[in-house]
Structures are given as structure tokens and as C-alpha cells.
Ligand binder design. Structure first.
Ligand code: PHE
Length: 342
């Protein structure tokens, strides 16, 4: 019995030398020291020994048990110390690794910038639906069904049973002029950014989906001078304080008079270059005084209230600002393009 206990001690201590981590140490403990381990199994044989041999064998078994326990404790301590050393060898004062970070889309940046400039001029922000009624997108903006201006807005119609020809993807943000005026009374000063849709051939300057920012100001006594002052201030805030601003006659059914707004070319200063296509001027938006028919349609008396409206294209502003040659780049999700604006 004593020999077998000593053999087990030797085997166990040798095996302990191989245990290099917590898991193998625990496996060792289960194998040799635990209640169903090898040593306990041996000790169960003590009872079968002759009375005379039992005390010596019991004493030896106890000694081996204690020896294995203290060897186990020593190895356990060594493993723990090694673990702590690894942990404390991490320099917590090193700067962290940066994770990948997204950025704002160039059109989002420009929309926010436009909205912020008008915000400083006292305009609040509103939004409206992209799926619109014909009545808001056309009719109530003075564009009846047979009006030639509809040709400029190649329309995506929604095929809804019983409502054919009534529901569409808005072709401009101007329906929000009606939506805002019919739910509040003047004074109104609001800008409406959003996506618009046109069913047209895509090329370097035309997309089927793009953004517009609509603007509307209605109050007693608003005149063309307010339109000019507001839009010139905007143009200079966006394109440089030295910009010259030109207003020239243009036609939109829902304004009278209607204008287009141009700035002198910030690229060549007006002598003519690629950005301004040799003209020295860059057109940046459409605008005008809200048409009396439109005001009457929302229940405003045009003798009491007047207003101006404008609409501009953020993609066009971004293309001018950053020298982007093709509008399709914005929505083809090429990260090499988009990352340039992060
Ligand atoms: N809605 C017009 C367009 O899409 C732009 C515009 C807005 C013109 C407001 C005048 C006033 O072309």
C-alpha cells in the first residue's frame, strides 16, 4: 500500500509539471486530488489492510495528500502571477485605436448649410411628403392638367386603383408652399428641404431623384425688394461676400413676376470659364412673387398678403462648390468619391 501511494505521488508530481494553465491544472486536480480522484480511490483500500499495517499506511497517505495539495497551491499561484504580468504589461496610457467613422454625404452638408443660412435670416424648417397629390404638386400651384409647364416635370405617377392620375412622386418641393399656407396664417418664413423625382433621361446634369430646398415668405407688405435682399444675402453667404447677384425674368406658373437668380462666376470672376460655360454668370435658383391665384387658393386675400418663393438645387450648389463634373456621382455610392467629403 505504501509503495502504491508513493508511486502515485511521483506520477502526480511529474504530471503537475506539465500543467501550464488554469484549465490543465484543474484537470490535474480532478484526476489526482478530487473526491473521485486517484488518491481517494487508493485510500478506500485502507480498510482492507491488516490492523497492524493500517496506521503507517494511513500516515503516509496523509502526507502524500498534503504534499499534493501544497504542490497544487504553488502551481496555482504561479499561473495567476503569470496572468497578472500579462495584464499589467498592457500600457493603458497608450491612445486608443480609432474605429472606422462615417461622414455626411456632400448633399446633406450643402442642404444643412443652406438651411442654416436661411435660419439666420429668420426662416424655420419644415418637411413634406414625397408621395403627393396632383392637386398640391400642380393644380393649386396654378398648373392645370393641360398646362404646358407639366412638360417640364416628367412625372412618376403612382398606380393606385381608383386614383389613377391623382397621386405622384413630387416633381418639386413647391407643393409645400400650399401645405404650409393652408395650415398656418402669415407671417410665414420657412424653408423645406427634400427629395424630388423626375422621370427623365439621366445624364451628367440630370438625375431621376435629387434634392430641392423650397423657400416661402408671406406677410403684409412683402415686395420684390425683400426677395432680392434675402436671396442676394443668401447668395453671398454661400458663394462669397464679394458676389454680384443678377435677377432676370423667368416663368414659373405659381409666381408673378418670376425670376431666375444668377451670381457672377466665383471661378473666373466673370471673364468666362468652364464653370460658367463662358458666360461669366452662374444660375443658382428660381424664384418669384407668390401668384395671386395661389394665395386666393389657400384662402389668403392677395390685397392683404403678398409673398415670395424660391427653389434651389443642392446638388447643383455642391457641384459648383466642389467642382463635381457629374450629378450621377452623388447617388452611385462609390466610397472613393464619398470619402473625399468626410
Ligand atoms: N419649383 C420650381 C422648380 O422646380 C422652382 C421654383 C420654386 C421657382 C419657387 C419659383 C419659386 O423648377
Amino acid at each position: 500500500m505504501i509503495d502504491r501511494v508513493c508511486d502515485l505521488e511521483r506520477e502526480a508530481l511529474e504530471a503537475l509539471g506539465e500543467a501550464g494553465d488554469e484549465r490543465s491544472l484543474e484537470e490535474w486536480r480532478l484526476r489526482y486530488l478530487a473526491r473521485s480522484g486517484r488518491l481517494s480511490m487508493l485510500l478506500r483500500g485502507l480498510g482492507d489492510l491488516p490492523d497492524a499495517d493500517r496506521p503507517a499506511a494511513g500516515k503516509e497517505a496523509n502526507r502524500v495528500k498534503l504534499a499534493l495539495e501544497s504542490a497544487h497551491a504553488a502551481v496555482s499561484r504561479r499561473i495567476e502571477t503569470a496572468r497578472l504580468e500579462v495584464a499589467t504589461s498592457i500600457d493603458v496610457t497608450l491612445p486608443g485605436r480609432r474605429g472606422p467613422r462615417g461622414g455626411l454625404h456632400p448633399v446633406t452638408r450643402i442642404v444643412r448649410e443652406i438651411v442654416a443660412v436661411f435660419g439666420q435670416l429668420g426662416f424655420r424648417v419644415s418637411e413634406g411628403p414625397e408621395v403627393e397629390f396632383d392637386s398640391y404638386n400642380f393644380e393649386r400651384l396654378n398648373i392645370p392638367p393641360d398646362h404646358p409647364a407639366r412638360d417640364m416635370h416628367d412625372t412618376y405617377w403612382l398606380d393606385i386603383p381608383g386614383r389613377s392620375g391623382q397621386i405622384l412622386l413630387r416633381t418639386h418641393t413647391s407643393p409645400n408652399q400650399i401645405r404650409i399656407m393652408e395650415r398656418q396664417r402669415p407671417p410665414i418664413r420657412v424653408v423645406v428641404p427634400g427629395k424630388v423625382y423626375r422621370y427623365e433621361a439621366v445624364d451628367a446634369t440630370h438625375e431621376t431623384m435629387f434634392f430641392q430646398v423650397e423657400g416661402l415668405a408671406v406677410d403684409r407688405g412683402i415686395t420684390m425688394a425683400d426677395l432680392k435682399g434675402t436671396l442676394a444675402t443668401f447668395a453671398r453667404a454661400m458663394f462669397g461676400s464679394e458676389r454680384r447677384v443678377m435677377f432676370y425674368s423667368a416663368y414659373f406658373p405659381f409666381v408673378e413676376p418670376g425670376v431666375e437668380v444668377a451670381i457672377d462666376c466665383f471661378s473666373c470672376g466673370g471673364s468666362g470659364c468652364r464653370t460658367c460655360k463662358g458666360t461669366g454668370w452662374i444660375e443658382i435658383m428660381g424664384a418669384g412673387m407668390v401668384h395671386p391665384h395661389v394665395l386666393r387658393g389657400v384662402g389668403y386675400d392677395p390685397d392683404e398678403y403678398t409673398g415670395f418663393a424660391f427653389g434651389l438645387g443642392p446638388e447643383r450648389v455642391a457641384m459648383l462648390r466642389y467642382g463635381i463634373p457629374d450629378i450621377r456621382l452623388f447617388y452611385s455610392n462609390d466610397l472613393r468619391f464619398l470619402r473625399q467629403f468626410h
